[in-house]
Design a protein around this ligand. Sequence first.
Ligand SMILES: Cc1cc2nc3c(=O)[nH]c(=O)nc-3n(C[C@H](O)[C@H](O)[C@H](O)COP(=O)(O)OP(=O)(O)OC[C@H]3O[C@@H](n4cnc5c(N)ncnc54)[C@H](O)[C@@H]3O)c2cc1C
Ligand code: SF4
Ligand code: SF4
Length: 416
Amino acid sequence: MSDPVLIIGAGVAGLTAAVELADSGVNTIVVEKLPTVGGNALDLYKAFPTDDCFYCFEGNRWRPGIRKCFYRSALIDQPNMDLKINSYVEQITGNSGKFEATIHVGPEYIDAKKCIMCGLCIEYSSAFSLVSPQCQPQAVTYDPDKADEGDKKAVEECPTKAINLDAQPKKETVSVSDVVIATGYHEMKPVNVDEYSYGKHPNIVTQLELAQILDPIGATDGKLLRPSDGKPAKRVMMVQCVGSRDENYYPYCSKICCVYALKHANILTEERDASQVSVVYMDIRTYDSHERYYREARENGVEFVRGRVARVEPKDENELDIIVYDSLLDKYLKFTVDLFVLSSALEPPEGMDNIIDSLGLNVASGFIAPADLVSENEVVAGDHIYACGTALGPAEVPESVTQARAVASKILQNRK
Ligand SMILES: Cc1cc2nc3c(=O)[nH]c(=O)nc-3n(C[C@H](O)[C@H](O)[C@H](O)COP(=O)(O)OP(=O)(O)OC[C@H]3O[C@@H](n4cnc5c(N)ncnc54)[C@H](O)[C@@H]3O)c2cc1C
Ligand code: SF4
Ligand code: SF4
């Protein structure tokens, strides 16, 4: 019997590759550093191009016609998937279809098979929390850095004895035939981009943070509120290309931020009663059919200002004055807003250097680069080594899913 396939990262890309392979009878080991699967897509509320909830979105594509939670079905229906959460790959040795991977697993403080998500432990100690009601695995998480005196009571009272605070991390060494890198992206926190004052006023947020505000299961129950005082945010300004297309940070275009900024602008005007939404841009890049978001935004009265933000001046604790140079009018304009949203660059995640070095992979701007784009598919990163989704660079979900399927198909072909 062949060795299993190692998949690093359990976002939509990694999970799609895992499910496609597991469905075809291939054993997979999926290593995820966080306590729950889903990656960045978990926090995004509605998804372009279908405007579905992110769970159903992927489920629809995976098994058309069935509105079934992808993550839940992936984990419950697939006996060939071995998911290791709170885990990371320490090193990989070997080559050409014979690899040894050392995996740092756990510690597993909560037994996800036993936890019934009753929430009792959360009442006793702030170290326990629920990432999301739909999290997979369906279990609470425990953060030892927040340990307090309520922990002991939580252990005693847990009705299913699911908590083990003495759990220790384990090291496992496994033989694997192929390595799939699906470690995704990170949204840059633009603390060093002075002109936007990120981190200096609570009402300056990134697009990912806005998505969490818009999420009905988020901290504000989906209400568009100012972080500073919890009052409705009526006037919103977005600025594009923060840290992208900028030689001081990332020279590349992050590709999808124009589309999701417009998706958010439409949600603000259509669903959340914002009275003024402005977008400051250099170019609007809505590729393929996503042009419809741009058209809808104009129909919804979103104001587009071509130019650059010159500076941000906090007016008081709750309002901001944004000074914008309008390059079409050739003059400076002042806008007073409740919320200032930065479309920040998508950057490679940290912590991949040892794997990239040990496998001798190519990189481009920090993301995994194809081994040979001329004669091979872009998902081939080396001999029996693949990458898919945003590990290859900024991409939307459908593209990530297509690449993950290409990876699965390559591995299956090699095994014939
Ligand atoms: C604000 C915003 C809105 C968006 N809206 C849309 C939209 O409407 N429609 C759309 O199609 N796309 C949208 N996207 C893009 C979407 O988020 C991505 O296409 C999708 O999440 C990519 O999935 P992925 O699996 O490649 O990466 P990720 O979601 O980043 O998942 C990677 C996983 O790998 C894990 N990981 C990372 N490093 C390691 C490691 N060393 N070891 C173990 N695990 C690791 C991470 O914890 C994570 O779970 C949006 C993005 C943003 C920022
Ligand atoms: S008390 Fe036990 S079963 Fe209930 S949520 Fe906490 S860990 Fe899960
Ligand atoms: S997609 Fe739009 S906002 Fe994002 S970097 Fe490219 S041009 Fe700028």
